[in-house]
Design a protein around this ligand. Structure first.
Ligand code: ARG
Length: 451
């Protein structure tokens, strides 16, 4: 028998049409642990408020601890369905300890209850996310240290521009992840508040020390306004924004890697254990992990805009629209938990074709800036040096030769042509943030030290 939370004033049983549309148990069962945790803290607060005796609270707490985790398989066989996770927990508590269970909801509402559950759940999701981001940063910085002197072409407009090192490329993404991590930590510090004790909307009439209650649940403080407490979902939107921006970064990385591992570019080889084949074309090895990350980035941006659209016109305080806040969060956490470790392993498993990268980065055209810089070092304005080299490149292309093959001119000296050396070009980029191997090694160490 499932226990009812409401219905005394109604003259008809809830229709199946209502149940199918209104019930949220099918998905909010995900909040089971948090719901029990919040209820235990509330039972203890009720003792301090003089509502429950210590004995009653002990019976309730023991009963709550015995509530079995919802089991979808069992429910489908026994048609044991509940309106939501709160109804489920209360119903199980009744089955176990009888009418005393009915005292637990004194002074509380599902409105402050669900907001509390969700914040507890999100704190865990955020910690899990931060751990995964840290692990990825660690992998990137380690590879960066090893590949600090591995030249490859750098691109602007996806046209070869100037040489960089593979380590430098890795650290560019480590920087994005560093900001992502900071954003997650900031958002969670802001959301680290307990709505419990806000009641349905106006506050609880009981003598509850909400700050102590908040601390007993591991929150930094209690929310300051009861109306805002039950209707605020900023913390959820911020989590989705953090996830969206993080996945946008990972999607850009995936895009780079799809290019680097393409048959045409072939700077790196896909890891067998993390690649897929084709059912038709026997030769294929495909970067599905990268493509899925790119696709999921689009979906998570959709989850964020979806939640913002649900929220934007809600009158204070609680509205049932808010029940729709959960699935985007559940889906996003599950996506991130699968995508981040897979992409981390993918990057760690790449086999670099260092010779091919070096050859591509050593081409005259990528080093044209070096020649212009060399000329400018003799006191010739850089604009003029740029024009001289650019004109010479035109000649070289028309003649089908390299700059070196064309040889020196009055304006382009032999020493300028000596600048056509990839290692020399790289080692010059020693200023903070540059791609010089020594600088990249230092930057990689800095990232590792900060983790
Ligand atoms: N299942 C509901 C939700 O997720 C719980 C809160 C219900 N509150 C209410 N006033 N109907 O939002």
């Amino acid at each position: 028998m499932t226990h009812k939370l409401w219905g005394g004033r109604f003259e008809a049983e809830p229709s199946q049409l209502l149940r199918r549309f209104n019930d949220s148990f099918a998905f909010d069962r995900e909040l089971f642990e948090e719901d029990v945790e919040g209820s235990i803290a509330w039972a203890q607060a009720l003792v301090r408020a003089g509502v429950l005796t210590q004995n009653e609270a002990s019976t309730i707490v023991t009963g709550l601890e015995r509530v079995p985790a919802p089991d979808a398989a069992r429910e489908s066989q026994t048609d044991e369905s509940h309106e939501d996770i709160h109804a489920y927990v209360e119903s199980k508590l009744y089955e176990d300890i009888g009418d005393l269970a009915g005292k637990l909801h004194t002074g509380r509402s599902r409105n402050d209850q669900v907001a509390t559950d969700l914040r507890l759940w999100l704190k865990r999701a955020a910690i899990e996310l931060e751990q995964n981001v840290i692990a990825f940063m660690h992998t990137l910085a380690s590879i960066a240290g090893e590949e600090a002197a591995t030249p490859m072409p750098g691109y602007t407009h996806l046209k070869q521009a100037e040489p960089i090192t593979f380590g430098h490329w890795c650290l560019a993404y480590a920087e994005m992840l560093r900001r992502d991590r900071g954003r997650i930590v900031d958002a969670m510090a802001r959301g680290d508040q307990s709505p419990l004790g806000a009641g349905a909307l106006s506050g609880t009439p009981l003598d509850i020390d909400r700050q102590a209650l908040a601390r007993s649940l591991g929150f930094a403080r209690a929310t300051a306004n009861s109306l805002d407490s039950v209707s605020d979902r900023d913390f959820a939107a911020e989590y989705l924004f953090c996830a969206s921006l993080l996945l946008s970064h990972l999607s850009r990385m995936s895009e780079d890697l799809i290019f680097f591992t393409s048959d045409e570019v072939a700077f790196a080889e896909l890891p067998d254990a993390l690649s897929t084949g084709s059912s038709r074309m026997p030769q294929k090895k495909n970067p599905d992990v990268l493509e899925l990350v790119r696709g999921h980035a689009g979906r998570i941006i959709g989850e964020l805009t979806g939640l913002l659209a649900v929220m934007k016109a809600l009158p204070l305080a609680y509205d049932k629209d808010l029940q729709l806040d959960k699935e985007p969060l559940f889906r996003t956490r599950a996506t991130l938990a699968a995508a981040l470790p897979a992409l981390t392993a993918f990057v760690a498993g790449l086999t670099l074709n260092r010779q091919r990268m070096r050859t591509a980065a050593s081409k005259d055209l990528l080093l044209a800036t070096e020649v212009a810089d060399s000329i400018a070092r003799r006191g010739i304005p850089f604009r003029e040096a740029h024009g001289i080299v650019s004109a010479r490149i035109g000649e070289a292309i028309r003649a089908g030769k390299t700059l070196r093959e064309l040889g020196p001119t009055d304006a382009i000296h032999k020493e300028d042509l000596d600048a056509l050396d990839v290692d020399r070009a790289l080692s010059k980029r020693m200023a903070f943030g540059g791609t010089a191997p020594q600088r990249v090694r230092q930057a990689a160490e800095d990232v590792l030290k900060q983790l």
